[in-house]
Design a protein around this ligand. Sequence first.
Ligand code: MG
Length: 395
Amino acid sequence: MIGVAILGSTGTIGENTLDVIARHPERFRAVALGARRDVTKMLAQCERFRPDYAALAETDAAATLERELRARGLPTRVLAGGQGLEHIATLKEAPAVMAGIVGAAGLPSTLAAARAGQRLMIANKESLVMAGPLLLALARASGATLLPIDSEHNAIFQCLPPGLEAGRAPPGVRRILLTASGGPFLDWSAERIAQATPEQACKHPKWVMGRKISVDSATLMNKGLEVIEARILFGLALEQVEVVVHRQSLVHSLVEYVDGSMLAQLGSPDMRTPIAHALGWPERIDSGVESLDLARAGTLQFEPPDMARFPCLALAREAARAGGTAPAVLNAANEVAVAAFLEGRLNFSGIAAVIEAVVRDCPAGTAEDLDSVLAADADARRRALREVGGAGVTV
Ligand code: MG
């Protein structure tokens, strides 16, 4: 029996992880659940999965959860605050950790799991973007295993030879191709994209995801962050990581070898596939995902991304090239801009404009420790908030 801790259990990654775990009660047990503040969902998860621990980042929410659990006679121990999340990431009885918290908020607990030598399933791409080299160094020192959950990176992991160490360049690889669905605005004109609403941005054509990542998908920043993530995880040069738009979202990414062979991983667009792959790895286990009917899918299309209509992709590549704290700055500015967009304080085209201004103004420092990364993150957030205020654009 493998004990699992799920950071971000009330989000889409967390719910999908619990769905896969529930299919294998003889194999996995949800020992610890962690989230930000959704008491209702957490309570329902505790009633169903009976974890030993439940952690909520917001202390008021944790107090409410504690009361509700006791009223129902459930013994789950409640932890509060960021420390609670870090604690459940390091439990001996839960050596498999799903890092499914979105954004920079997931960084401390992801690093804690890496430091503790856990089997770390990384869905929190922002951790790798902000502090990738640090995360790899911690994992190397502790012997932690890193397994990518992001569907593209999981696909590439599946197409690479087994036994590779995270961050070390795989032998014989010419390049990798990350597929992008293109998001909901793929065929929209630049003028129409500029006025897109949060509701339109969050309506992804292929994947069901949280609101932040849905907006990232619409700007293509999600793919930009994934370029940075891939470079770090697979130890590749920036030039070896390419993006190709693939509307059907059935090919989840490809690896090209020096002999011209291309290996791809295909499947229905359902996060339970990468989650089950990582949970069972190196064995294969049932995920509940339906078979992909290729004859019904019919056509697979591939096209280059339009960098003019989707400037975030180029901004991310520039940050990747600059290195150091530049990716953390990019990520922080993006988080602030996306939040402002979702709250109606910034129009869609303002997202890229705010990020560009912040990246231009922030000097890229070295990212040798967590403090320098967090300082760059905080500085970029301050500047981004000023930019959002200054932009004064509403939808
Ligand atoms: Mg992805």
